[in-house]
Design a protein around this ligand. Sequence first.
Ligand code: NAD
Length: 499
Amino acid sequence: MADVCKNYIGGKWVEAQGGETFVSINPANKDEAVGIFQRSKTDDVVAAIDAAHAAFHAWSRTPAPGRAEIVLRVGLLLEEHKEELAILETREMGKVLDEGRGDVQEGIDMAKYIAGEGRRLFGETVPSELRSKFAMMVRQPLGVVGLITPWNFPIAIPTWKIFPALVSGNSIVFKPAEDTPACATKLVELLEEAGLPGGVLNLVTGYGLEAGAPIVEDERVRMISFTGSSAVGREIAAKAGRTLKKVMLELGGKNAMIVMPDASLDLALEGALWGAFGTTGQRCTATSRIILHEDIADEFTGKLVEHASKLRVGPGLDPDNEVGPLINEKQLQTVDNYTRVARQEGADILLGGHILTGEVYNKGFFYAPTIFGNVHYRMRVAQEEIFGPSVAIMPVKSYEESVQVANSTQFGLSSSIYTQDVNTAFRAIQDLDAGITYVNAPTIGAEIQLPFGGVKSTGNGHREAGTNAVREFTEPKAVYIDYSGKLQRAQLDVEQHGA
Ligand code: NAD
C-alpha cells in the first residue's frame, strides 16, 4: 500500500477538507502506485491562500539575504538527496534515471544561482532633475503568488518558480501537476527542513479545474506563474484578467532544428537523436521538426532512421534504456492519434508509428520512436505540439526557405541551426522567431542563468530564470527623497542651461 501524502498549509501537513484522494502511478508500470494524494478543492485552496496571506508580512520584512539563506539550504538538501529524488522522479514521471538526475541538478543550480540574488536584488539610482533630491527604484515583493506547474520537469520547473519567488519576498500557493505530486511533496518537505517559516509556502495537490482554477480566481493572489499547455494558459490569462493579476505564462513549443549542407552531419545527427527522443519528446523545447537542406536531406534522414531504430526503449530505472514511457494513457493515445493524422495528410512513416507491446511494454505507456518523412509545413504534424517521441522531417531548398518553415508555426520557444559558416549562424540568430536559438546544438539544454521562455503563442512576454527571475517576482517602486527643505516642482522648477 502506497503512502498517503498530505497538503502543506500554514506549516502543517493536513488532509483535504472533502476527504477525497487520488493515486499517482508509475507510467512504466501502471500497477505500481507511487503515492496517494489529497484531492484538494476550493476550500483547501482558500485555506492555503489565507495562510500565505497571513505569513506574507513577516516574510516580506525578513532581509532578502536571510530569505536567500533558506533557499541555499534547500539547494544543499537537494544535493544530498539527489539520487533518491532522481529515482522518485523516474518512478513517477518516467524519464530515464540519468535525466531524472539532470532535473534535480537544475533545481540545485537554480538554488545556488538565485540565492546570490538575496544580496543583489538590484534596484536603480538615477539623477534627479532638481537639486538636493535623490531618485531611486527599489524592488518590492508582490504578495501572495500562485504557482501552477506541469509534470515533465517535476522538480526543476517548481524550483524555477518557488526559489526566485521566495528570495523576492513573496508567499506562495503551489499547485503541482496531478501526475507528479510525489516529487512536489518531497521538494516541499525539503523546504520545511531548510527552515522555511510556516505559511510562506503552501502546497495543495489535485486536479487543474478543482485545485488550480480557484487560485487563479482569488483576488488576494497577485500573480500566477504557470507552465503548461497553451489551451490552459489562455484560459488562465482570461480568468486572471478579471482580478487584474500579473500572469506569467510558459506554454507549448514546436521547435525546429535546421541542418545546412556545411554542417558536421555526425554532430547534427547526435543532436537530433537527443533533441527529438530525449525525455521521450516530452519537453516543451523538444526537437519536433528537423528542417534539412536538400543537399544532405536523404543522407541525413537515412542515418537518423538507422540510429533511432536502435534506441533502447523501456523503464527508466534500467540504465540500459535511453527512452522511457509517456506520462499517461491519454498522452499515449494523443501521440498515436498524431501518427494517424500524419498518414491521412500524406506523410511517410519512416520509423515507428505505433504503441509498443510485449511483456514489459504492456505494463506502461510505451511508444516507438517515430519519424515522419515528406512533411509539408502546413500539415498538422508540422504545426501542432505532439509531446511525444515523434519528429517531422522537412526538406527545403535554401537557407531562406528553412527560416520561413521554422517560423511558420504559432509557437516560438526554441530553435537550432547546424552550420560551420559563422555568417549563416549569425543570420539565423537574427532570423529565427524564438525565445532561444542554439548554434550547433539541438533545441534542448537550457541553463538556468539565462532567461527562459518564448515568443508568439509560447507565452505572454515574460521570462523565467536568469536575471529576469527576480524582476518577474517583484514590483519596482520609484522613490524620491527631497532634502532641499522647500517645495520643488518637477518639470516646473528645472534649471535650464545652454542655448
Ligand atoms: P496542462 O496545461 O494540462 O497542466 C499544467 C498544470 O495546470 C497542471 O498542474 C494542471 O493541473 C493545471 N491546470 C489544468 N487546467 C487548469 C485550469 N483550468 N486552471 C488552473 N490550472 C489548471 O499541461 P501539462 O500536460 O501538465 O504539461 C504539458 C504542457 O506544458 C505542454 O504543452 C508543454 O509544452 C508545456 N510546457 C511548457 C514549458 C515552457 O516553459 N514553455 C515547460 C514545460 C512544459
